[in-house]
Write a protein that binds this ligand. Structure first.
Ligand SMILES: [Fe+2]
Ligand SMILES: [Fe+2]
Length: 401
């Protein structure tokens, strides 16, 4: 996963819950970041030098699902539509492990980190933390799916395990990046302390498909931009994005194959409503998140809103090849709605930063949340684009560029 967990809006918070199931929120949970060497293995958080990230509505989430239902879905005796030959082809692709030797660091990393000072350094650390959490979230989910599906469908199970290998690599590489800033995310602590959001399998498919594809488009867009504008290349991690994003693309293609094998998730009116809902959640979450962090995108020479709109439009076009309906994100009204949501969200953030007592803060939030919800619903109800195809032949896994 990459932009994993660009889905936080689905995890409902207070009244922002247009369609989702109620889930518990833990606003005071803080992550510990031990000032220790990065490691994937669980470790005790160290007291010295640790810092914390405040969990908010838009913090990346961890997911869990109904593994028994997953087993039924991938049982070849129950589901005759499972195209095992296609999954075997995908498995071979994953076994090839194109990026086995890609994630190798060099002395440039530490030197670049040392040069970065002031607000850019701070926002950069946050970027590494959030990306690492998102990748790690994918690692945990795929690893568990690999373990649980071993008996019913060893081929699909092995693909999940190999995808968790990729995500562990991504998360580990980002965590090593944090060590350049004398920090490390305590992933063992994170695994135990975080709350997991439950999604039924069909929602896991929509959500992870979108996360992988949006991750692909984010990484490749940043890579291409920095290749053209090397003066903004402030930290070498971006040079790795070209091959890295191909991992995300392959992960997305695998979910596309999984969805094809479960046409009941694609071919009725409910599927269309959910497809639009997941698209909207992912796009809105990303847009609001990134607009709170314009310093990061400006720091690498990007215009945040232009970057996000490009990523949304491309992701939506890719998604339209498999989802039965998508949003009309190229309609200028869609962007206008997103921009209004950003304004409201900024006011919400400002309320949170005041010295008011919680009751007063909550009272001030009510009209803002109502306004945000009504913008979200209005965006959801915009005329959608019918998409997907009954004939799935063209959806063979392929590189997008
Ligand atoms: Fe990843
Ligand atoms: Fe991925």
């Amino acid at each position: 996963m990459a932009a994993a967990a660009e889905l936080s809006l689905i995890k409902p918070v207070n009244p922002i819950r247009p369609f989702g199931r109620p889930v518990v929120r833990h606003p005071h949970l803080k992550f510990r970041i031990a000032a220790a060497a990065a490691a994937m293995a669980p470790q005790k958080p160290k007291k010295a030098g640790k810092t914390s990230i405040k969990e908010t509505l838009l913090t990346p989430r961890f997911y869990t699902t109904d593994f028994d239902e997953m087993e039924r879905l991938f049982n070849t005796e129950i589901n005759k539509k499972l195209n095992q030959a296609e999954f075997e082809a995908l498995l071979n692709e994953f076994k090839t492990d194109y990026n086995q030797t890609h994630f190798v660091r060099n002395p440039e990393f530490k030197a670049a980190a040392d040069k970065m000072q002031g607000p850019l350094r701070e926002i950069f650390v946050e970027f590494l933390e959030r990306s690492c959490t998102a990748e790690f979230s994918g690692f945990l989910l795929y690893k568990e799916l690999g373990r649980r599906l071993k008996k019913t469908n060893p081929v699909v199970a092995e693909i999940f395990s190999l995808m968790s290998r990729d995500e562990a690599r991504h998360a580990g590489f980002l965590n090593k990046g944090l060590s350049d800033f004398n920090l490390a995310l305590d992933l063992g602590f994170l695994t135990k302390a975080r709350k997991y959001t439950f999604f039924k399998p069909k929602f896991i498919f929509y959500a992870t498909y979108l996360s992988e594809k949006i991750g692909y488009w984010r990484y490749i867009t940043i890579f291409r931009h920095l290749k053209e504008n090397p003066e903004y290349q402030c930290y070498p991690i971006f040079k790795y994005f070209e091959n890295w994003c191909q991992d995300e693309n392959r992960h997305g293609d695998f979910f596309s194959a999984l969805l094809k094998a479960q046409p009941q998730f694609l071919n009725d009116w409910k599927a269309k409503l959910w497809a639009r809902f997941f698209c909207l959640s992912v796009y809105v979450t990303m847009y609001l998140n990134d607009c709170q962090r314009t310093a990061f995108y400006e720091g690498i020479g990007l215009n945040t809103k232009e970057f996000d709109m490009h990523v949304i439009i491309e992701t939506n076009r890719t998604t339209a090849r498999i989802f039965p309906a998508v949003l009309d994100v190229e309609n200028p009204e869609f962007k206008r709605k997103l921009d209004r949501m950003v304004e409201i969200n900024q006011k919400l953030v400002a309320v949170g930063e005041t010295q008011d007592i919680p009751l007063v803060k909550n009272l001030k939030r009510i009209p803002l949340i109502a306004a945000l919800v009504s913008e979200i619903i209005a965006a959801y109800l915009m005329p959608p684009i019918e998409s997907g195809s009954v004939d799935f032949a063209e959806f063979e896994p392929q590189l997008v560029y």
